[in-house]
Design a protein around this ligand. Structure first.
Ligand SMILES: [Ca+2]
Ligand SMILES: [Ca+2]
Ligand SMILES: [Ca+2]
Length: 449
């Protein structure tokens, strides 16, 4: 119940208070590819196991991470992996790849009550699904994209305009790529208005034989798509695993890891480029201090771009002991802070990080070999730029906070309602909002002045 383990303060405007970790999976076997999403205080997590049994798990917290539900089993018995989760208010969508009928197929399932109950899954079978299916959404629209091996240039798109109540036919899209292409796939899809933004990677004669990062857009809701634009340095050094996210001004931010100038064959610098709403690409920015990163994930709140990735800088390449690092930019990705380590278990391996941010809280999640050699899911929340006592979340300790404290106490609403309150509001650390907290806050305010 206590969340006050560690307070770490960083210079250069990057301040995260890391809170207590939660270990989600108590099963034997490897728990992998966890994905997380959050809407205000509602946090949702999905992940898969492959041993001793194939399972797809889901859990949620409706109080910002203070308490968590029992695990729901979304799928069991068949190999399943690469889940994605997306929330549209209380409506949740999960898609994943599952083996059945001698083929990998795409499956989709929905909940309209925040994950308490799940509808019958939909499956797109008869396809050999390459990698995982992808979601994109804006307002009530949600699109599902998946890829198969039958034709190099062919992908499939399914659309819903009512949060998944009704889905259209599967549209076949034949992308305009050169004959020399030997691999072509997407890692993320973003929607806004009638625009679709796809980012992924491609191998062709054009990329000097190594994978490079590509962007493909549609401005007519998927009726037609542009040819690929290569956005990573075309230099023979492989660029991989791009992810993209739109900010509130509709600039698309992309990050990937790049072997350019890296002595490590599977790790590199994490690079950033953005496509502004006028269709102009920024220059390329280096996020990391070392060429040791891998598998970035991105989220954006208040136009702060946050990126998380696994990194071997602390232990070296041979030890298979990656840590999880975080970095952020508050100026559209032009400049980045010094990246910081948010994992703390140096003798373990930490992989598949993902991140979601809401209400001043950063939720980072990854798989870690904390129990024997099996991977378990770790959630590590952190408060970004948090200020103690700031109950009204205006980034100051002030009289308004005191008023709200008094209101809550007089109204007998002195319970700690969420994870943010347990850190910022309950200064006396007794799990209630009370007069002792006000006294501490007053002392803090008076000492500052
Ligand atoms: Ca390259
Ligand atoms: Ca305040
Ligand atoms: Ca208290």
């Amino acid at each position: 119940m206590l969340f006050f383990l560690l307070y770490i303060s960083f210079s250069i405007g990057q301040e995260i208070t890391l809170l207590d970790s939660t270990i989600f999976s108590d099963q034997l076997g490897d728990n992998l590819t966890a994905r997380i999403t959050s809407v205000n205080e509602n946090i949702h997590i999905v992940w898969h196991t492959s041993y001793p049994e194939y399972r797809l798990y889901y859990t949620h917290s409706l109080d910002g991470g203070l308490t968590w539900s029992e695990y729901s089993i979304i799928s069991i018995g068949s190999p399943c992996n690469f889940p994605q989760i997306l929330a549209q208010s209380d409506t949740l969508h999960i898609t994943w790849r599952e083996y059945g009928d001698y083929n990998w197929m795409v499956k989709y399932i929905r909940s309209t009550d925040n994950g308490f109950n799940w509808e019958e899954p939909i499956q797109y079978s008869g396809v050999y699904s390459l990698g995982g299916p992808l979601f994109g959404s804006v307002s009530d629209k949600i699109y599902l994209l998946f890829q198969t091996s039958e034709f190099m240039n062919r992908k499939y798109l399914v659309k819903s305009f009512d949060r998944g109540s009704n889905w259209g036919e599967v549209d076949t899209i034949n992308f305009d790529i050169s004959e020399s292409t030997t691999s072509f796939g997407f890692n993320s899809m973003n929607l806004e208005n009638s625009n679709i933004h796809l980012v992924g990677s491609m191998n062709s004669a054009q990329t000097l034989g190594e994978g490079e990062i590509i962007y493909i857009g549609s401005s007519d809701d998927g009726m037609s798509f542009s040819s690929p634009t290569i956005i990573s340095p075309i230099d023979g050094a492989t660029s991989q695993k791009v992810v993209g996210k739109l900010d509130s001004e509709l600039n698309l931010h992309t990050v990937w890891y790049d072997y350019q100038n890296s002595p490590n064959t599977l790790h590199g610098y994490i690079l950033h480029r953005s496509l502004n709403y006028q269709g102009i690409w920024s220059s390329t920015h280096v996020i990391t201090n070392e060429p040791t990163g891998q598998l970035p994930s991105i989220d954006i709140d208040d136009n702060r771009i946050s990126v998380i990735y696994s990194d071997i800088r602390d232990t070296g390449f041979t030890n298979n002991s990656q840590e999880i690092y975080y970095n952020s930019s508050s100026d559209n990705g032009e400049t980045w802070n010094d990246d910081i380590r948010i994992s703390f278990m140096e003798t373990y391996n930490n992989i598949y990080p993902d991140i979601s941010i809401s209400n001043y809280l950063l939720y980072s999640i990854w798989s870690s070999t904390i129990v024997g050699n099996d991977y378990q899911i770790i959630l590590k929340p952190g408060v970004i730029d948090g200020i103690k006592g700031d109950i009204n979340q205006d980034h100051q300790q002030n009289i308004f906070d005191i008023i709200i404290y008094v209101d809550r106490i007089l109204g007998h609403e002195n319970n700690i309602d969420n994870l943010y309150e347990s850190w910022a509001v309950d200064l006396f650390e007794d799990n209630h909002i009370n007069i002792q907290d006000i006294i501490i806050l007053l002392n803090m305010i008076l000492n500052i002045q």
